[in-house]
Ligand binder design. Structure first.
Ligand SMILES: C[S@@+](CC[C@H](N)C(=O)[O-])C[C@H]1O[C@@H](n2cnc3c(N)ncnc32)[C@H](O)[C@@H]1O
Length: 253
């Protein structure tokens, strides 16, 4: 593993203990949960499918998909994230196979999965183009790709002031120092192409250029609304209005 990947892995190992304390990372209410499940069902189809969740973290998508009856493999670069995901899945009585690995070099045979999902992962990868080629490789012909990613964070002066103000609350409520992140400034030593979010047109072009078909990008309006309803007040104040998109594509037969 190269230095950048090791640093990213170490960051998420450390972040794992507070990850689920961030309200944006977990389900806010039953309405949000139902909306996620119906979106996933709609995009992936019948539940006789084998699905890979890449950058599974503490198991947000993996556990939900296993609850829906899919056969799920969750993969992550961070041992600590995987350990938490394993414990959560066990606690919730669902079966998920968790595996350590790199999203850009997947430890699976070509054509292993009916569908591939992920949430909030592409932004933290050094080489998104390579990742998407690799994701396509492990999909069966006709297999579906479905992932979730934010558009760019607004970064005007007012937005930055609001974020700094909100960080004070995060410091207390989520027991972590939000200013101390690998992803701000030059700590990582390389520029991650999609850090800070990405325009949908950039992603759809990348998917099309990789040879995937039926590419689409949809803003997740309903899930965004349910999520906001469930946020604590300090997050409602600091939350900026950058939408999360659902991207889908098909590996041609
Ligand atoms: C923002 S978290 C998202 C976690 C989860 N998908 C969710 O939505 O709750 C990003 C995750 O990507 C993982 N990750 C980062 N780089 C990775 C890589 N190269 N390969 C696999 N996982 C990676 C991190 O360990 C972390 O768990």
């Amino acid at each position: 593993m190269n230095d950048v990947k090791s640093e990213i892995k170490n960051y998420w190992n450390e972040r794992s203990s507070t990850f689920d304390l961030s309200p944006g990372h977990i389900i806010a209410n039953r309405k949000e949960e139902n909306a996620w499940k119906s979106l996933l069902q709609d995009k992936i189809g019948g539940n006789d499918k084998k699905i890979l969740d890449i950058g599974a973290g503490t198991g947000f998508l993996s556990i939900m998909l296993a609850e829906m009856g899919y056969e799920v493999v969750g993969l992550d670069i961070s041992e600590e994230m995987m350990e938490r995901a394993k414990n959560k899945a066990m606690g919730q009585g669902v079966k998920v196979e968790f595996k350590l690995g790199d999203a850009e070099n997947l430890p699976f045979e070509t054509g292993s999965f009916d569908a591939l999902v992920n949430r909030a992962v592409l932004w933290t990868l050094p080489d998104p183009k390579k990742a998407i080629a690799e994701w396509r490789r492990v999909l069966k012909p006709g297999g579906k790709l479905c992932f979730f990613l934010h558009e760019p964070h607004p970064n005007g002066v007012a937005d930055r002031v609001r974020r700094h103000f909100g960080n004070l609350f995060i410091l207390i409520a989520e027991r972590r120092n939000p200013w101390n992140t690998l992803y701000d400034g030059k700590k990582l030593g390389v520029e991650l192409p999609f850090r800070g979010g990405v325009e949908p047109s950039v992603i759809t072009k990348l998917l099309e250029e990789s040879g995937l078909k039926n590419v689409s990008a949809e803003p997740m309006v309903e899930i965004g609304r349910f999520k906001r309803e469930g946020l604590p007040l300090y997050h409602k104040i600091i939350a900026s209005k950058h939408a999360q998109y659902c991207y889908t594509a098909v590996n041609p037969k």
